[in-house]
Design a protein around this ligand. Structure first.
Ligand SMILES: C[S@@+](CC[C@H](N)C(=O)[O-])C[C@H]1O[C@@H](n2cnc3c(N)ncnc32)[C@H](O)[C@@H]1O
Length: 222
């Protein structure tokens, strides 16, 4: 059994970015097989160069990612979004701005991130992850300890994980979930701060958040 497992071939996920920019979930789902493990993604196959890689999970309409990509033309940006309607808005935005340093994936970021090379990401951004406010739904929240550990493994040394929520209960859970993640430490004096002067406001922030009760995390990889 053990040798069968170790001999199991890893499948290669083919990533064909349409218009050199985006991939829809169908082209990923069509390749997925039950009980199958996948090869680590070779970033050189789709990034334009070896410059820094920045990843946002849950890009919504892509405003935040586009802002970063415009301001850091020498860096690479990879964004994930599961809702097709908003994903399409992000695609149009990046096309309008003719940003060539962005790739967008219409798929669960947590699966895709698990296939990235270890220590390959300079910055992760998670802006206003779905809070799942009902207690019985808390288990669906994205920022659980195993996922935080995965993000930490994918970060370069000295890389940063930015997380923002306006949901106090979720912020408290993130604090607790971070405790076992030994290789991440807060860049602030406290675990989170309620104001971040240079934060570029996302659509969610502008529409729904009460600026006084937002929780910003900035975790450095040791
Ligand atoms: C509350 S919205 C915030 C959107 C945007 N970040 C903003 O601040 O305006 C959360 C977004 O994360 C997306 N999302 C949730 N889980 C995801 C996952 N596992 N992978 C990619 N996107 C995800 C949702 O579809 C939704 O668009």
């Amino acid at each position: 059994m053990q040798s069968e497992l170790s001999e199991r071939q890893l499948q290669k996920l083919e990533l064909n970015f349409e218009e050199n920019l985006y991939i829809y979930s169908d082209s990923i789902k069509d390749q997925l097989l039950p009980f199958t493990d996948y090869e680590t993604i070779n970033l050189n196959e789709f990034l334009k160069d070896n410059n820094s890689l920045n990843v946002e999970i849950g890009i919504g309409n892509g405003e935040f990612l586009a802002h970063l990509a415009e301001n850091y033309p020498d860096e690479n940006f990879l964004g994930f979004e599961v809702v097709k309607r908003v994903f399409k808005k992000a695609v149009s935005r990046i096309q309008r701005k003719r940003l060539e340093n962005v790739k967008l994936v219409h798929y669960d970021g947590s699966f895709f991130v698990s296939l990235l090379p270890e220590k390959s990401v300079s910055n992760f951004y998670v802006n206003f992850p779905d809070p799942w406010p009902k207690k019985k739904h808390h288990k669906r929240r994205l920022l659980k300890t195993p996922f935080l550990k995965l993000l930490a493994r994918k970060l370069k040394n000295d890389g940063t994980l930015y997380m923002v929520t306006d949901h106090e209960n979720y912020a408290k859970e993130i604090m607790t979930n971070l405790i076992p993640v030994d290789d991440l430490t807060s860049a602030f004096k406290s675990v989170y701060v309620n104001e971040l002067v240079d934060y570029y406001p996302t659509k969610y922030y502008r529409k729904f958040a009460n600026p006084g009760s937002v929780f910003f995390f900035k975790m450095k990889k040791l």
